[in-house]
Design a protein around this ligand. Structure first.
Ligand code: NAD
Length: 358
């Protein structure tokens, strides 16, 4: 019996995580769910969207599956997702993008796994507002130490990339490649322009790659990588990227295999792991039993593999593949036209998968 923290989230989160819970239980693996609420409603009641008890629950159980949580733009609370990643040091964001037969895609045979660094880079949140004291001090310091001038009316975001942060994400990508018998790891960067941040990322990636002679290593500049992925995605296998490029390239890769409704993810550190879809809370569909639960269900498949429940993960993945290939019990976003009257509901997709789990 596995005790797992289950965070339903908000918007359409509760509907899709309920579908995932039912499907995971139908594999026959024993789960005890420690249900913890976070997000908008909790914020209204308790003044914080992420009460300490949610973090404590993950620390206790070490593994969580989570629905999306809305992040207000501009005002309101900080992103629950970013806070969780930072507090629990979930440094690897792992996003597999694989084509399922029957899904609406331009290519078949794509099987990519993206390792996005989750704690550094422009995402570190070290920012200075235009006209602030901090921005002024940085502008002065830069002028003094480098003779370069930054316009006075600039906002500034800092891009830190460390040896420590790079080593552990590149190692995670290679360990994954070795364990899952993948052939190649590609490091993605812009080291030709950002010599001391992306350049360091590349230098450290090369050093780490030296410890894995059994796996091919190459590097690509990020703009070229985007073009290559659109033209020849089948040439690539495991990609490892700093935070911002990882964010953008993983959405590009999700688009290649059928869109956000099919893109699972995991945030993994040395001690804890949180499994969640790549997509957000799609709030306009809240309560309609309409959106696609497959991304969070596929995140559940990743969770089963993480737990070592390989056989159950394979059975669930096969049941999902069979539902997608038949194309009948899928939601509107996977139908040829989005207004297809035969589109399945969120719970209907879960029922169809459950009926096919062997
Ligand atoms: P979104 O992913 O919610 O929606 C983008 C588009 O994809 C919309 O058209 C939406 O309807 C569609 N979509 C998303 N999930 C779908 C699904 N399961 N099935 C079918 N269609 C789906 O992105 P957004 O609108 O930019 O963000 C909404 C909220 O979610 C924001 O507050 C954002 O901050 C938050 N968010 C949370 C997470 C997370 O919890 N990890 C991730 C991304 C965004």
């Amino acid at each position: 019996m596995y005790r797992i923290t289950l965070i339903p989230g908000d918007g359409t989160g509760p509907e899709i995580t309920e579908a995932a819970r039912r499907v995971l239980e139908a594999t026959g693996v024993g789960f005890e769910w420690d249900i913890q609420n976070a997000g908008e409603d909790v914020y209204k009641r308790e003044g914080t969207p992420l009460p300490e008890r949610v973090i404590e629950s993950i620390r206790r159980n070490r593994i969580a599956i989570k629905g999306p949580v809305t992040t207000p733009v501009g005002t309101g609370f900080r992103s629950v997702n970013v806070t969780l990643r930072q507090t629990l040091d979930l440094y690897s964001c792992v996003r597999p993008c694989k084509t399922y037969k029957g899904a609406k895609t331009r290519y078949d045979g794509i099987d990519l796994v993206i390792f996005r660094e989750n704690t550094e880079d422009l995402y570190a949140g070290i920012e200075f507002q235009k006209d602030s004291e901090g921005a002024g001090a940085i502008i002065d310091t830069v002028r003094k130490i480098s003779g370069r001038s930054i316009r006075q009316d600039s906002g500034i975001s800092i891009k830190p990339i460390s040896v420590f942060g790079t080593e552990r994400i590149v190692r995670a990508a290679f360990e994954y490649a070795r364990k899952n018998k993948r052939r190649k790891v590609t490091a993605v960067h812009k080291a030709n322009i950002m010599k001391f941040s992306d350049g360091l990322f590349l230098e450290v990636a090369r050093e780490v790659a030296g410890n894995y002679p059994d796996i091919e290593f190459e590097d690509k500049i990020v703009d070229n990588m985007c073009m290559q992925l659109v033209q020849k995605p089948r040439l690539y296998d495991v990609l490892v990227l700093p935070n911002l490029y990882g964010d953008i390239v993983s959405d590009l890769a999700a688009g290649l295999v059928g869109g956000l409704g099919l893109a699972p993810g995991a945030n993994i550190g040395d001690e804890y792991a949180v499994f969640e879809a790549t997509h957000g809370s799609a709030p306009k569909y809240k309560g309609l039993n309409k959106v696609n639960p497959l991304a969070v269900i596929l995140s559940g498949v990743m969770m089963l593999r993480h737990l070592g429940e390989t056989e159950a993960a394979d059975r669930l993945d096969n049941a999902i593949a069979s539902v997608i290939e038949e194309g009948k019990d899928v939601t509107y976003d996977m139908k040829p036209a989005p207004d297809d009257p035969g589109a399945a509901t969120t719970s209907g997709v879960a029922d169809a998968i459950i009926s096919r789990i062997t």
